[in-house]
Write a protein that binds this ligand. Structure first.
Ligand SMILES: Cc1cc2nc3c(=O)[nH]c(=O)nc-3n(C[C@H](O)[C@H](O)[C@H](O)COP(=O)(O)OP(=O)(O)OC[C@H]3O[C@@H](n4cnc5c(N)ncnc54)[C@H](O)[C@@H]3O)c2cc1C
Length: 512
């Protein structure tokens, strides 16, 4: 006899990884009831702790965490800025890489990035998966999210009204199901989503080892004729072996002998490993779901896209999905969604996923141990050694120019809002903690105030001068921090009505 949970949730999320947890926070912030079902009994894993669990956060993620007042809870970045180059300081500090080719802080010309304000959050930070998940669990539970562990989703059925989800002999009901259950997503597989893409070129290894003669390995990230190795700190070695991904897919155990053989071959040394404490493998398989929605079932994070972790983009991509989806799904559930709002999750996020997958493929293409790749690698290295080159690569790695094509005139539309600071010290980040839209009116225009009031609690109207207004008169900011509309001083503001109606439901039209 099946145990049935008779409460009907607004949303069930499969997977309590960072993406599922952040999405749960966003939905609960918008007053949706959320159940998260997680396969693992125990949220703690050595693979989520330093150095295995180290993750680079890019500008959109940092802004997202800041806007929801979570950034201050992440302690790790305060004591660990860049473990790969901890010996170097200032302009010579490595702040990212492309295919293992580093770019240095002093080479990046941030003045080329339009509309970034000096008071903005950092463009990149280091975090740890374990800490990030702990912070997100705390927030989710404070917002009323139910997280149940040791319950993998094993099946589901959807109707036009909702979804019934099974975990073994238990069953749960919700209006919507979101698969945030990682690269091998059960929701994606059972939901009939096509997962299209390319096969891997290599197996990557992240290992914790004791080495008898570590001086035989060069410091830093070393690209060799057969692959790549990096000793990120004593005893922690990352290896990339161009075996077509064979070892990873064989699911064979990772033994000391195997790791030693890999490392000797890739480093062309006779280095000796005396103990293997922990190891994991990964590949550059690059695949993406061709749609992110099937009826009442959606995908986000690694469930929707996978690629090589080179340059660290997957978590950032997934958190971006969650920030984009949360408010749209909540508005849909609460009958506050204008036509097409939920579909814009796919049309906005899929192209960003395409860019990230191609970025990882491009890196692999110039790391391969063949003459053509080596020749291209040398050219890219030269370009990265120029100021414009370093600035371009940093801009891509840090997601500075990430934005959506919202088909409007002003260059800020579709971009992340700069962190304006009002004269009373309030910043945009402060205004976005509650996940509402914001109409920021620098010119105290009465007609804009009236318009905002027609959207009731969906749009907060804020008027006042900012310390630096970047020549703007007013901007409309979506709950995810993306600018829906912007107008310069003395320009025509009549388009605001149209922009507001595209993202928010006119209060009188809301079906209760
Ligand atoms: C070596 C390495 C380094 C990386 N470095 C970076 C980096 O620097 N920056 C970056 O942005 N990204 C990086 N990534 C990628 C990043 O870790 C992932 O993109 C990110 O963890 C994806 O989060 P997620 O929540 O979508 O999936 P996951 O973190 O995989 O979480 C999925 C969750 O779903 C659960 N689950 C699975 N099946 C089920 C089921 N049937 N039912 C219920 N629950 C289920 C799992 O137990 C898990 O808790 C790296 C990855 C690797 C391997």
């Amino acid at each position: 006899m099946k145990a049935q949970d008779h409460s009907k949730y607004d949303v069930i999320i499969s997977g309590a990884g960072p993406v599922g947890l952040f999405l749960a926070c966003e939905l609960a912030l918008a007053k949706c009831s959320v159940l998260v079902l997680e396969k693992a009994e125990n949220p703690h894993s050595p693979l989520k702790q330093l150095p295995f669990g180290i993750r680079g956060l890019s500008a959109p993620t940092i802004e997202t965490l800041y806007r929801r007042d979570l950034l201050k809870d992440l302690e790790i970045h305060k004591r660990l800025k860049n473990p790969h180059q901890h010996a170097k300081q200032g302009a010579q500090r490595q702040v990212g890489h492309f295919a293992g080719i580093p770019f240095l802080e002093g080479d990046v010309d941030t003045s080329q990035w339009e509309y970034r304000l000096p008071a903005s959050t950092p463009a990149s930070l280091i975090s740890e998966m374990q800490e990030l998940e702990t912070v997100l669990v705390r927030r989710a539970e404070a917002l009323g999210v139910e997280i149940r562990r040791g319950l993998p989703i094993t099946n589901f059925q959807q109707t036009t009204d909702g979804v019934t989800v099974q975990s073994g002999d238990q069953s749960f009901q919700a209006k919507w199901l979101v698969g945030c259950d990682g690269a091998r997503s059960a929701v994606r597989k059972m939901g009939g989503f096509e997962f299209a893409g390319t096969e891997p070129e290599f197996t990557g290894y992240t290992t914790q080892v004791d080495i008898a003669d570590p001086e035989k390995l060069k410091p830093g990230r070393i690209v060799t004729p057969t692959g790549m190795y990096m000793q990120s700190q004593p005893g922690y070695v990352v290896i990339q072996d161009f075996d077509g991904g064979a070892f990873h897919s064989s699911e064979k155990p990772i033994t000391l002998e195997h790791v030693q053989e890999m490392l000797r071959r890739v480093s062309d040394t006779d280095v000796t490993i005396t103990a293997l404490h922990a190891a994991t493998t990964w590949t550059d398989r690059a695949r993406q779901a061709t749609t992110y929605r099937n009826g009442r079932v959606l995908l986000a994070g690694d469930a929707a896209h996978i690629h090589a972790p080179l340059g660290g983009q997957g978590l950032n991509l997934g958190l971006g999905d969650a920030m984009n989806l949360g408010w749209k799904l909540a508005a849909t559930i609460q009958n506050k969604a204008p036509e097409g709002l939920l579909d814009s999750y796919y049309t906005e996020r899929h192209p960003i996923g395409v860019q990230v997958l191609d970025w990882s493929r491009a890196q692999v293409a110039i790391m391969k141990p063949d003459p053509g790749s080596r020749a291209l690698n040398a050219i890219i290295r030269d370009l990265m050694n120029t100021r414009d080159g370093a600035t371009y690569f940093a801009g891509r790695v840090w997601g500075i120019n990430t934005g959506y094509d919202l088909g409007r005139e002003h260059p800020l539309i579709g971009r992340s809002v700069p962190n304006f600071e009002l004269e009373n010290g309030t910043t945009i980040g402060d205004l976005m903690h509650d996940g509402k839209g914001v109409l920021l009116d620098f010119d105290s225009n009465a007609s804009l105030k009236t318009l905002a009031s027609e959207y009731d609690d969906q749009i907060k109207y804020i008027s006042g001068n900012a310390k630096d207004q970047l020549g703007l008169s007013a901007i409309l900011i979506r709950p995810d921090g993306i600018i829906a509309w912007a107008v310069d001083k003395d320009a025509d503001s009549s388009e605001l009505q149209k922009a507001a109606a595209q993202w928010f439901a006119f209060e009188k039209a809301i079906r209760h």
